[in-house]
Ligand binder design. Sequence first.
Ligand SMILES: [Zn+2]
Length: 486
Amino acid sequence: MLRKLSFALALFLGFCHSVKAQDAKNILQSATKSMGAPKSIQYSGTGHLGSLGQAYSPGSTWPENNITAYTRTIDYSSLSSKEELTQVEPSPIRRGGAAPFAGEQKQVNLVSGQYAWNQPGAAPQPASAAAEERQIQIWLTPHGFLKAAMENNATAKKGSGGTVMSFMDGRLKVNGTIDNQGLITRTETWLPNPVLGDMLVETTYSGYKDFNGVKFPTMIVQKQGGYPVLDLAVTDVRANVDLALTVPDAVRSAKAPPVTVTSQKIADGVWFLAGGTHNSVLVEYPNYLVMIESPLNDARAMGIMAEAKKLVPDKPIKYLINTHNHFDHAGGIRAFVAQGATIITQEMNKPFYERAWKAPRTLDADRLAQNPKKTTFITFKDKYFLTDGGRSLEMYRIDGDNHNAGMVMVYLPKEKILVEADDFTPAAPNAPSTGPRAHAGTVNLYEDLQRMKLDVVTIAPLHGFVVPFSEMQKAATPQVSSLSQN
Ligand SMILES: [Zn+2]
């Protein structure tokens, strides 16, 4: 009865725009009564995992893998969460990016307080860059939201679909909607993203059911940057399960790895810049330099710029060539814009970058946000040659690429070097199979090269290491693809 009265009050207050502090508290207390207040929760199900920033074409939905098993356990008082999931790539082969794999891939993603790590095997892998997101994800769950809203004196105002409660957790703003039955139907926050700026993270909860006195949604959909990164059909919920996480010493003492850039001269005036997860290639022209790819973020961009300056101190970087719009390959472009370089990219990327780069960047103001500058683009549809002073770079859109619709490779005709991203990544010895999707991408690129009669001797891949063309030939032949039957 009291609960009903309280919601009647909330509804009445809806006619006013904002809700008084005491009433905001009452709404939270009533919602806590409706939903239950477990100390910890464990929920399981199946669904789909979307890969943020890995769309097949710019502006389209994130590509999805199937989640065949999912269990997440959260302990609200110790700010700990353990997410265990098994994913498989869909069949037939899907389009778009994200690291390809064969068979099943298991993940165990953990956070405890300020420490985040992954532990799919025996050895924990520190994941300090993920800590902020994993912490806030605890407060984005229905019961987590109620607890954090209460502790942080959330304010309330009437919104569409119910009362919207808001609070700050550190630098992050969190909103949540409570409907007229006292159920959390939606939570949202914003996280910094190198391409999208302050990126909306919105989670909707529906199909609430009672699980032994605790109400929990049976459908969870989280969108980041406008498209789902997770949808989950929840089949099992348990309240007050134990989650006693011990932060491993290796995680506690881990420091964020510094940006490391190594250089390898692969031809006269051509350097392969590696040292991290993503490579770049620097090319010297008579009066300027050209960088192929500025991956990840501002920090990586600064690293490769510094290396260029060390290798060729007296020439500016006039052009940056971008192979495709996946965020891990495009996150460092803005730093080159800030530095005054012209961006060369396939034509479908320009409107996407222009739109994405307009977003506010209050959470992580990069160099371009601090010193705004108009971007100069050179775009092309199928090919573009940058020929000057006896040096030539040939850019071609890769026909039939399953990884990205606007995927571009760069060919150095004199040196017979091919620079390519994601279609062929040389495998380290004993590396697990990357599966049928990766193989299809390699075969397609290989066949394109044959059709175009490009004479390639060396592959300078934007992941992995420089190899002779024969390595790619081997990877593209059917014998090597026996694992693709999985
Ligand atoms: Zn990619």
